[in-house]
Design a protein around this ligand. Structure first.
Ligand SMILES: [Zn+2]
Length: 132
C-alpha cells in the first residue's frame, strides 16, 4: 500500500524526477507529447521514402540497405508499412522479392485460394491466404 502511494504519475507541471516544471519547458507533458507526434510524422514520411527507393532501384545493395532501414524505423516508431507494400517484402531476409528469381504459385485448398511465394534470395516460403 505504501509503495502504491509513493508512485507519482507524470502529470502536468510535476515530473517524478525533475519536480515542478514550467509550461515552456520541454519536459512539460503537452510539449513531450507533441514533440513525439512530430517525430513520428517525420518517421512516416521517411519510411515511405525508403520503401520507394528500395522498390524502384535495381542496385542490390541499395535495395537491401534501404529496406532494412525502413523496417527498423517502422518498428521503433510504430509506423505500419502499408499491406500492399509489405506483401512485396520477404519476412525472413527483409529484402523486396525479385520476381525474376522468386516463385509464385496459386493453390486451391479447402480454405480457398492460397498464394505461395518462395523467396529467390533466401528460399523462405510464404503462404498468403486469399479471402474468397
Ligand atoms: Zn528472403
Amino acid at each position: 500500500m505504501s509503495s502504491l502511494s509513493a508512485y507519482k504519475p507524470y502529470t502536468h507541471g510535476v515530473h517524478p524526477k525533475a519536480g515542478a516544471i514550467s509550461k515552456n519547458s520541454e519536459l512539460f507533458l503537452d510539449n513531450v507529447v507533441s514533440l513525439r507526434r512530430d517525430v513520428r510524422g517525420v518517421a512516416v514520411g521517411e519510411v515511405l521514402r525508403l520503401l520507394e527507393i528500395a522498390l524502384s532501384t535495381t542496385d542490390e545493395t541499395l535495395r537491401r540497405e534501404a529496406m532494412a532501414h525502413a523496417v527498423e524505423l517502422s518498428r521503433s516508431f510504430r509506423v505500419r508499412i502499408p499491406r500492399r507494400l509489405s506483401l512485396l517484402i520477404c519476412r525472413k531476409c527483409m529484402t523486396p522479392y525479385r520476381f525474376d528469381v522468386s516463385r509464385v504459385r496459386v493453390r486451391r485448398g479447402r480454405a480457398g485460394l492460397t498464394v505461395t511465394v518462395t523467396c529467390g534470395s533466401c528460399g523462405a516460403v510464404r503462404r498468403i491466404p486469399l479471402k474468397p
